[in-house]
Every structure is written in C-alpha cells, then in structure tokens.
Design a protein around this ligand. Structure first.
Ligand SMILES: [Zn+2]
Length: 289
C-alpha cells in the first residue's frame, strides 16, 4: 500500500506535469471504489470538476488534496484522492484506449488526459469545496504530519503514551500520526531499536524520541528513493519506485540484522506481519528506555 513517501512521489509527479488548462471532460467508470464513512459514491461529485482549472496539489498523510479553481470563479474545489492499495495516475495520449481498471479520466482543454487506474479498487475520490474537504473526515481527523518541524517524541507520546496497543499497531492509526503504513512502521521500529509488540504504555520518553526521529529518517529515505517498489506502486511516470533495496528490516525475516548480525525474526499482530531483530528489539519486562 502506498505510504507517505509513495503518495508524496505521486504528488510531485502530478505537480511536475504543470496542469493548468480547464477540465474539458470528466469520465467515471461504473465501478465502486473504497466504501466507508468518508467515502461514499454519492459524495464523489467528480463531475463537478467539469470546467474547473487545476492548481496546486497538497498531501496530508496518505491523501492528496488537489485544488481546482471553480469555473464560475466561486469558491475553490478540492479533489481528494486516496490511492488505496493499487491506485495510480497516468497520462495518456488521445489515441490510446482506456486500460482496464481505469475509474476516472480527466481530459483537459490542452488535450492532455489524466487517468486514475486502480485494479483493487481500495482507492477513493471525492470532490467538494476545498474548505469543506479540510474541515471534514478523513482530513480533519488526521494526526501529526511526520515532516512537520513540531513533530517529535513528545508529540507521539502525548497521542499514544497511554495506549495498551502494540506500538507497531498504534503507529498505523492515522489519527495519531499520518502517512505511516506497515512498511515504514516496521522500518522505524527497527531503526529505533523498539520492540514492535511492546504496549505503548511501556515506552519511555527516550524510546518515543528515538521512534519519532526514526520515522522521519525512514520516510525521508523512502522519499529520496522515489517510494518503495512494494506491491503495485507506480509513480506518475509509470516507473516503479527504487526504495525496496533500502529496506533494512521489512520483508527480511531470516536474513542477518544489518546492524548486529542476529537473524531477523518475523512477528505478527492484527493480521499484519513484519520483521524485527531478536537482540536489539527484544521485549523484556518493564519500561523500554
Ligand atoms: Zn540487530
């Protein structure tokens, strides 16, 4: 599943395309996308983009927020995009037929066509006045942004310090910290030497500080590599990311720990696995300093 670095890479790819011509045509497949409280097909309203002009694109957690100037010079619209598991954007020339699993196609007045393709259909789309999007879930419920300069161990501890959930599972809660999925959670816990299954309440201030710093480190590493190649992630240019070789723990169970040489061991929690170092991430008794 695309996490913060992959979504940010998509954002940069779309920004780089410099789309500034009004939307001349909106096509939407009949297929349903993600279903959930904040994601209802009746609230998609993608046809409202007709005549609107694309502007800048923001990212919040794993979500893209694309600003469009309204056709009638009214309040700006926002297109909220969740890439889900396999969602991606691609440009197409005029002649090419829509590939399977295309769910949205925007044709712009400069004749460029942008498609949202999503084979697994866990992605989601929503168009609303920009201010409304920011003020309502899921955007309004998101926790700290890891690259925010104010993000640190104290912030993380304030959000999660009382929780009895395993710290790996808690990191996946977008209301605590936004943009983290299983891959970067596993990587950050290894980087920080924190046991993934430790209940949050057992982490001391030092462990929270190391974890916050490690999150920023592994996310920045993933971003520098253009996102990981896990699953079906693709950038806007169609190229897979190059970050998989950069992973130190995730998917490496049975291999030596890059830091101490102990054999990395698989763990499971909440139906999602990962790998950890049995020596440096050992869950003993008492506080994790
Ligand atoms: Zn180790």
């Amino acid at each position: 599943m695309p996490e913060l670095p992959e979504v940010e890479s998509v954002r940069r790819g779309l920004e780089g395309a410099r789309l500034r011509a009004p939307v001349a045509e909106v096509w939407r497949s009949r297929a349903r996308l993600r279903i959930g409280a904040a994601w209802d097909r009746r609230h998609e309203h993608v046809s409202a983009l007709l005549g609107a002009t694309p502007q800048t694109i923001a990212r919040r957690g794993k979500l893209l927020v694309w600003t469009f100037a309204a056709a009638d010079a009214g309040e700006p619209l926002g297109l909220l995009v969740h890439l889900g598991m396999t969602g991606r954007f691609e440009f197409a020339g005029d002649a090419r037929a829509r590939p399977p699993h295309t769910h949205l196609e925007l044709r712009f007045a400069d004749r460029r066509k942008l498609r949202f393709v999503d084979p697994r259909r866990f992605g989601a789309l929503r168009v609303a006045p920009l201010a409304t999007l920011w003020a309502t879930p899921p955007l309004s419920e998101l926790g700290d942004e890891p690259f925010d300069p104010a993000f640190d161990g104290e912030r993380l501890r304030a959000r999660l310090g009382e929780s009895r959930r395993p710290v790996r599972d808690a990191l996946l809660d977008q209301r605590a910290v936004a943009g983290i999925g299983n891959i970067y959670a596993v990587e950050a816990l290894w980087e920080a030497g924190v046991p993934p299954l430790a209940p949050c309440v057992r982490l001391g201030p030092g462990a929270w500080a190391r974890l916050a710093a490690a999150l920023v480190t592994v996310l920045a590493r993933g971003l520098a590599a253009g996102g990981t190649t896990i699953r079906d992630y693709r950038g806007v240019d169609g190229n897979a990311g190059g970050g998989e070789e950069g992973l130190r723990a995730y998917g490496r169970e049975g291999s030596p720990c890059p830091r101490c040489g102990a054999t990395l061991r698989r763990f499971e929690s909440g139906g999602r696995g990962g790998a950890a170092c049995p020596r440096e991430q050992r869950l003993g008794r008492g506080k994790i300093p």
